[in-house]
Design a protein around this ligand. Structure first.
Ligand SMILES: [Fe+2]
Length: 375
């Protein structure tokens, strides 16, 4: 347990608690340690902290339209990397063809997020049918392949040199957000047994980013059974039941789905917007002073962001002041929206992420200007 230099103080005109009953006409900005867990200060500004006239330099936020990437080949190792650090590597893969090899990631656990498409997933543990909205967690070293039945677009989020775990649920208990009983596992069914042929197969293994190929005169997904407490698991975003409060805008960390090494994966799913008259109804302004923030937009209308559509990614480096776009602020203030219908995957990384080289046209270079209009 950390012993922060932590004691409450206040000065000037201020609310008594965070995200509620703000002084009239002010904009709340949160400055905080440890994401949303550590000591924090809430400032009440006369102007929106994002109402800059210009913003330039390395702290620029990024928006990428990954929909514009071409299909990337028959193997996940052909996927397009877009953001990475020593703890997490994010890649985007669009494929419509059955993999002609098995793969094995020895660099870390792999989290697949199926953005679009459907098909069959085969692995050491058996077979499952995947669909859009599925998260599939593959333990490091697990062999797998997919056979899409429709064009499949997915994210691969590697927990480099680490293991995915479940978040600490604390006072809301282990069945909150999703009951672990909702985790599906592959099964050794007829389709799994049917692919256990003596045709030659390759296994392409990634270790320290380099590929090795192992050839077999048979399909090595040939187990007849298994036991233990390590396996591929699947949960669909439709089965996530988010925490919410009608009186308090919960921070993004309340929506944590998986915990990696020095990063978390959160899922935003549809929920009612806060109804209490004094409660903030839009995300609060903040710098996220310790974490880099990545959001992949999956489905729905992203009311707190202008000009963002499914298949896009935004990246806000730690220290980049952000909050709702002006239009969202007006919608929230007028309380014209009663609920959000958005689905999104957020990755918050404790250490700086690097942007991988991407083809020209993928990045919206004027994204930083999207906050300019006066709320
Ligand atoms: Fe944020």
């Amino acid at each position: 347990m950390k012993h922060y230099i932590r004691f409450p103080r206040a000065d000037g005109t201020h609310s008594r608690q965070a995200h509620a009953d703000l002084p009239a006409g002010t904009f709340e900005r949160e400055m905080s340690k440890e994401g949303f867990f550590g000591p924090a200060a809430h400032f009440h500004h006369r102007h929106a902290p994002t109402a800059w006239t210009s913003f330039s330099g390395a702290l620029n936020p990024h928006a990428f339209d990954l929909n514009l990437l071409p299909a990337e080949g028959d193997s996940p190792w052909d996927a397009t990397p877009f953001l990475h650090n020593g703890d997490v590597r994010m890649r985007h893969w669009k494929t419509g063809r059955a993999m002609d090899c098995l793969v094995r990631n020895q660099d870390g656990d792999e989290l697949l997020f199926i953005h679009e498409g459907a098909g069959e997933f085969f692995c050491d543990w058996g077979h499952l049918t995947y669909r859009d909205g599925d998260y599939i967690v593959i333990p490091r070293g697990g062999m797998w392949r997919i056979t899409p039945s429709s064009l499949t677009t997915l994210l691969l989020i590697e927990c480099t040199e680490g293991t995915y775990t479940m978040p600490e649920k604390g006072i809301v208990g282990s069945h909150a957000i999703f009951d672990p009983g909702m985790l599906d596992v592959p099964v050794m069914d007829e389709q799994f047994r049917a692919q256990q042929t003596d045709d030659p197969w390759r296994v392409v293994v990634k270790r320290i980013g380099a590929l090795s190929t192992i050839e077999y005169p048979f399909n090595p997904l040939d187990a007849v059974g298994w036991h233990g407490d390590l396996c591929v698991v699947r949960i669909n975003v439709r089965d996530i039941r988010p925490l919410m409060s009608h009186r308090f805008h919960l921070p993004p960390s309340a929506h944590t789905t998986f915990v990696g090494r020095n990063f978390i994966v959160c899922t935003f799913v549809p929920r009612p917007i806060e109804t209490d008259p004094g409660a903030l109804k839009v995300p609060f302004y903040h710098n996220n002073d310790d974490y880099d923030e990545v959001i992949f937009y999956h489905r729905g209308e992203f009311f707190s962001r202008d000009n963002i559509k499914p298949g896009m990614v935004t990246f806000h480096p730690c220290g980049f002041t952000h909050g709702p776009h002006p239009k969202a602020f007006q919608i929230g203030a007028a309380h014209t929206r009663k609920e959000t219908d958005e689905y999104a995957v957020m990755v918050d990384a404790r250490f700086p992420l690097e942007v991988a080289p991407l083809p020209e046209g993928i990045e919206n270079r004027s994204y930083v200007d999207s906050w300019k209009a006066k709320p």
